[in-house]
Design a protein around this ligand. Structure first.
Ligand SMILES: [Mn+2]
Length: 350
């Protein structure tokens, strides 16, 4: 049993009747092209995790057997990297009327429950698959043991419309604060912090304390599925639980950042080069796709890349801190191809 944190991500393969829209990927999450976008992210997530964290256990949660659903080359890479697999059905899904977007994200409750019940590693780090490792996690192990839970808190500058009444992906911060207060007797000291769902790291003990709260919030989310200002995503869950259990805001903000690299909202900056983990939501179909193809076509085995070589690639392919002219041209061409395909009614991933 590893004494270090297990590094995990997840993927849910939706069937056509379960499909929903994911704004930065496409309109139908049951399509193979949609799912391939995520498999490439998973390949690079774990490859970067392994290159920077040779001793850490790696784990993928999936609702199907990886060997049956992953593209064969990606399944082979995951095996070579030593990525373990937990096959876990998705049992927390809001009705389609309430979750036209991001229908899968309450899978994190299934993961919390599985980890709380099955036990195992002393701590779990759960990240979105569209994240890339740039440095080792080891320097933060002691902080995680001391604080029990580290979360990434969005700063007002990182989040459009940050006033209390404004819905952030379907729920206002005012309502999140009131929910924490009403259900768990503890509201925020000042402004309600908004926790990004892309990163959470917690100990087994913390997970066992958080699980009943998550289940209670899930009940509420289901009852309020028709309300305009209610729990819609895992970020609302994390934000409320964090306040209820007194998790310090900004605990992981020097580890990870949500970096926008796309046309109108780019906010990458030189300091991002110091981070341990990059979350790159707008690169799923651009940087991740091209970098995976480059690695697949490369003449060296992926694990032969040194951490520095790998970081040079992620910097170039993801355009952090800025996009080079070649990436700008390729991104524009890819966007244009996508528009043309849509216009032609080919129904490709948008
Ligand atoms: Mn993401």
């Amino acid at each position: 049993m590893s004494e270090t944190t297990t590094i995990a991500t997840w993927i849910v393969l939706d069937s056509p009747d379960e499909a929903s829209e994911y704004p930065s990927v496409g309109a139908d999450s049951s399509k193979p092209e949609f799912q391939l976008v995520y498999w490439r992210c998973i390949a690079l997530f774990f490859l970067s995790a392994r290159i920077h964290n040779p001793e850490h256990a790696l784990l993928l949660y999936c609702n199907r057997r990886v060997a049956e659903v992953a593209p064969p080359r990606i399944a082979a890479l995951l095996a070579e990297l030593g990525v373990a697999e937990v096959t876990l059905p998705l049992t927390h899904r809001l009705p389609p009327e309430a979750a036209a977007r991001w229908g899968n994200v309450f899978y994190e409750i299934d993961i919390l429950r599985h980890y709380a019940e099955a036990g195992g590693p002393p701590s779990l780090l759960l990240a979105d698959s569209d994240c890339l490792w740039r440095r080792p996690f080891a320097p933060f192990e002691a902080r995680l043991r001391a604080e029990q839970c580290l979360l990434y808190t969005l700063r007002p500058a990182d989040q459009k419309a940050y006033q209390g009444d404004v819905l952030i992906n379907g729920m206002s911060r005012r309502r999140m604060a009131a929910t924490a207060e009403t259900l768990f007797g503890r509201g925020p000291a000042g402004e309600m912090p908004f926790q990004g769902g892309e990163f959470s790291a917690f100990t087994l003990g913390w997970c066992r304390r958080a699980l009943p709260l998550a289940e209670r919030l899930w009940e509420l989310a289901r009852t309020e599925a028709e309300l305009p200002d209610a729990i819609r995503t895992e970020e609302h869950l994390w934000s409320i639980i964090a306040v209820a259990l007194g998790v310090r805001p900004y605990g992981a903000n020097d580890i990870v950042r949500r970096i926008w690299t796309n046309f109108d909202a780019a906010n990458a900056k030189p300091e991002d080069l110091d981070l341990t983990l990059w979350h790159l939501p707008s690169e799923k179909k651009f940087g991740f796709r091209r970098m995976w193809h480059a690695i697949e076509a490369g003449d060296r085995p992926p694990l032969a890349l040194s951490p520095d070589e790998f970081n040079a690639m992620t910097r170039r392919f993801m355009g952090v801190p800025q996009r080079g002219p070649r990436k700008v041209a390729l991104d524009l061409a890819a966007k244009l191809r996508e528009r043309l395909a849509l216009a032609a009614g080919l129904g490709r991933v948008a």
